[in-house]
Design a protein around this ligand. Structure first.
Ligand SMILES: Nc1ncnc2c1ncn2[C@@H]1O[C@H](COP(=O)(O)OP(=O)(O)OP(=O)(O)O)[C@@H](O)[C@H]1O
Length: 253
């Protein structure tokens, strides 16, 4: 079976600063893959590389068997053109720490935006799906609210619905609950849990070790741009093998 995401020796630098120093990992289809590690270890950068927001400087990155951002001919790599990159990005949904909703649009308009603009769907088709998705994230009654009229947790659930509206095959979550008041975290995690139960492939950068333990199929501990430890979340969280993992977990658990 083709991996949904495959990283082979992925390097990323910003100028002289190496942020990813040879990442190797595989995410299987339908897997919930959790990424943990200290601040600055490169977790967000790795997600941003998968989603074409950054370009890697070395190695190979594949999504669903396709090279991200490049076409290979013989031994040579050619950068994809903008519209080819846009086509690859359609299959990937991303949810950020800050919800990044359009402030001048209602919840339902936010969710409709990409299908109408990018896929050229009619507004009525896009609206119908958007209302269905808002219902699914528990916000059927908030469709007409503007982001400023929603709590952080509700805004984040709209952001999830917005990502789902493009019917992605892969969802990336970059610390989706870190900016939320503690009492709002549970609703967002519940939505993510139900997505996982439906078989969505998800890569989740998170500090929610309970979520990783209960919902995660795989877990990677990343530190200073390398994968230190990878495996079953329950095993790593209860019995870490590496000193760096032990030291990190002793601070967060
Ligand atoms: N655009 C950029 N230009 C220069 N350096 C950057 C840029 N983006 C990130 N970095 C640096 O890359 C390193 C890794 O950052 P990254 O955001 O990937 O870490 P992280 O593990 O996601 O941390 P956090 O949990 O704090 O979000 C940091 O040292 C950061 O300062």
């Amino acid at each position: 079976m083709t991996a949904m995401v495959k990283a082979e020796g992925v390097h990323k630098s910003y100028g002289p600063v190496q942020v990813l120093k040879g990442i190797d990992l595989e995410v299987a289809p339908r897997e919930v893959f959790c990424l943990i590690g200290p601040s600055g270890s490169g977790k967000s950068t790795f997600l941003r590389c998968i989603n074409h927001l950054e370009k890697i400087n070395g190695g190979r990155l594949y999504v669903d068997g396709e090279l991200v951002g490049y076409r290979q001919q013989g031994n040579k790599l050619y950068e994809l053109k903008d519209r080819e990159v846009a086509a690859q990005r359609r299959d990937i949904g991303m949810v950020f720490q800050r919800f990044n909703l359009f402030p001048h649009m209602t919840a339902v308009e936010n969710v409709m935006e990409a299908p109408v603009q990018v896929k050229r769907e009619t507004k009525s088709v896009a609206r119908e799906r958007a209302l269905r998705l808002l219902d699914r994230v528990g916000l059927a009654d908030k469709a007409g609210n503007y982001p400023s009229q929603l709590s952080g947790g509700q805004q984040q659930r709209v952001a999830i619905a917005r990502a789902l509206a493009m019917e992605p095959k892969l969802m990336l979550f970059d610390e989706p609950t870190s900016a939320l008041d503690p009492e709002l975290v549970g609703d967002v995690l519940d939505v993510m849990r139900s997505l996982a139960e439906e078989g969505m492939t998800m890569i989740v950068v998170t500090h929610e070790m309970g979520f990783a333990r209960e919902v995660g199929d795989s877990l990677v501990f990343m530190d200073n741009g390398v994968v230190v430890e990878a495996g079953n979340p329950r095993d790593i969280l209860t019995n870490p093998q590496h000193e760096r993992t032990k030291s990190f977990l002793s601070k967060v658990l």
